[in-house]
Design a protein around this ligand. Structure first.
Ligand SMILES: Cc1cc2nc3c(=O)[nH]c(=O)nc-3n(C[C@H](O)[C@H](O)[C@H](O)COP(=O)(O)OP(=O)(O)OC[C@H]3O[C@@H](n4cnc5c(N)ncnc54)[C@H](O)[C@@H]3O)c2cc1C
Length: 385
């Protein structure tokens, strides 16, 4: 099977592109599918890659379990404590209230990435028409022809070569692994500070080693990145307070610029966009990859529907209809998740006194109105399908 003549071309071997390929091939092993991957072929070359902790929902776990792509190393969240620095209002969510084994799971990006590559390799063994092409960044892909092109090129805010609708929050996220004195196991903290949300999340290294995501203005985040470890820990302690004891150690600090960038149209002619290639979100609600995996799963179903029929020659109209039907089916989930994330990113970072008051009231309302809290948590855990 040549890569220049395929039915489905997936561009992007990140988690979303890999998952989409795996779901198509699992349901339809004969699919003429080509995956263009700019990452190195060997997993060993990725072990030092992006180690940031990603919160995956229970819904994502159920999806990844279907292709045996759930990483071995993960940390479970049983309780989430939400508060705002220097102001009233707090909310606590527990797994018991929601009747779930866990509220979410924290996994390193590279572990999700590598596990999905391994899952796809296992499926590849039974898929004769599947071509997995590893190419370097400088090679042109224009010669590849496909009946349908899936864009899964992903990317981070401000690194993407397309800008459509969205918002620059004027924030960066500083991530790292922080060691503390006395953290309760399986507990996550999200604290809204004057500059942005600060999250401290469990890791699989043990209850006293936590994933830090500290959002702030680009200037102060850059400044914090360059502080000595000692000064960084003092600054962090000052903002976070003492509820998990002293911060003892910080490792692997990295910076990401944050913003919202989303396409209004996610399907056009024979092209379709999924994951971060369709929408790039602020991490405040931990929804980007969760949403992208739901994109990939539902698109795979539509692609299998159109390409696994008996007819060899799907008309361009059949393909366009399938992609339009996909776009339609993603409308509610996308709009809700993008809207909720944008709302949280803006409301929880405003310093205006009335907004801060409303925020405190909202957190209190969340605490005292269990149905609202449950509805919000369910949206975060499962999205809308
Ligand atoms: C600080 C931070 C914290 C986050 N936390 C969370 C969280 O807690 N929960 C959550 O759900 N999400 C979170 N996210 C979002 C999450 O990281 C993304 O939504 C997710 O990585 C998107 O996956 P993707 O496969 O679409 O894109 P990517 O992860 O960007 O992967 C795309 C891949 O495509 C490759 N590529 C690019 N161009 C081409 C091309 N032309 N041809 C072939 N390949 C190409 C790239 O090399 C890359 O490997 C966070 C993001 C940030 C920045």
């Amino acid at each position: 099977m040549s890569a220049s003549n395929c039915d489905i071309l997936i561009q992007g071997g990140g988690p979303v592109g890999l998952a989409c390929a795996a779901w198509v091939l699992q349901k339809f092993p004969d699919a003429k599918l080509t995956l263009i991957d700019r990452n190195p072929e060997k997993d060993d070359d990725l072990v030092n890659a992006d180690s940031r902790g990603i919160a995956l929902s229970h819904g994502s776990k159920l999806l990844l379990d279907t292709i045996q792509a759930w990483p071995k190393e993960s940390a479970q969240i049983y309780r989430v404590h939400v508060s705002q620095a220097g102001r009233f209002g707090r909310a606590l969510m527990t797994r018991e209230e929601l009747n779930q084994d866990a509220l979410g799971h924290i996994i390193r990006y590279r572990d999700i990435h590598i596990t999905l590559r391994q899952a796809l390799r296992a499926i590849q063994a039974k898929s004769n028409n599947f071509v997995w092409k590893h190419i370097s960044k400088d090679i042109e892909e224009a010669s590849l022809q496909a009946k349908c092109t899936v864009h899964a090129e992903g990317g981070l805010f401000k690194t993407q070569d397309w800008i459509e609708s969205g918002r620059d929050y004027g924030q960066s996220a500083l991530v790292g692994l922080v060691e503390v004195e006395n953290a309760a196991p399986h507990h996550a903290w999200e604290r809204f500070t004057a500059e942005g949300p600060l999250a401290v999340l469990p890791s699989h290294y043990g209850s006293n080693v936590l994933n830090l995501v500290w959002c702030g203005s680009p200037e102060s985040s850059q400044y914090r990145l360059q502080l000595s470890d000692q000064d960084f820990l003092i600054a962090l302690q000052k903002v976070f307070g003492s509820r998990i004891g002293r911060f003892l150690k910080i490792q692997d600090r990295r910076l990401y610029e944050l913003g919202l960038n989303y396409r209004k149209e996610i399907a056009k002619d024979n092209e379709v966009w999924i994951g971060n290639a369709a929408q790039t979100l602020h991490p405040v609600a931990g929804q980007g990859l969760n949403l992208g995996l739901r994109d990939a799963f539902l698109l795979a179903e539509k692609l299998v529907g159109v390409f696994s029929g008996l007819a060899e020659d799907q008309s361009p109209a059949d393909i366009q209809n399938a992609l339009q039907s996909y776009a339609q089916s993603r409308k509610v989930d996308r709009t809700t998740t993008i809207g909720l994330t944008d709302f949280m990113a803006r409301v929880f970072t405003s310093n205006l006194a009335p907004v801060a008051l409303a925020r405190g009231l909202a957190l209190s309302a969340l605490q005292w109105l269990p149905p609202v809290k449950t509805a919000l948590a369910r949206q975060m855990m499962f999205g809308r399908r």
